[in-house]
Design a protein. Sequence first.
Length: 142
Amino acid sequence: MPKSVTESLGLFRDRVHPTGTPARVDGWWEVTDESSAGDAATDMSVRMEEVGWAPLDAMLTRAGMLEKIRAGDLGLMKREDFDAFFACAEALLLMDAGPSEALELCLARALEGVVPTQRESAEEFDAWVRSESRRAPITAGA
């Protein structure tokens, strides 16, 4: 495991663009003077209210993050392009509940989709998740 957490290890990535930016176009705020800086800051705040905060707030809970992962949408990353990544993320969220069929399916998907150069790391991850899931406390109704 890494000694520090970097941006590339994050699960969710997306961009917020200026008001009026067409869909699927990377638009950027242009700041050339004090007035345009104020306008940009105001629009950034508006855009975060419109499209930025809701997905972030939803992912602050385990259930919310699990819902985003199962929906196959982590902003710029979509399951159809990164299935093994999504499977690992879901496995991490499931492991604290103990062994389960859902966890087994995620781990199988993660190993099936791994690129050959990352096979050893994927197998280590698989073993670690399995070990941690077996250590999960037994809860009522489980």
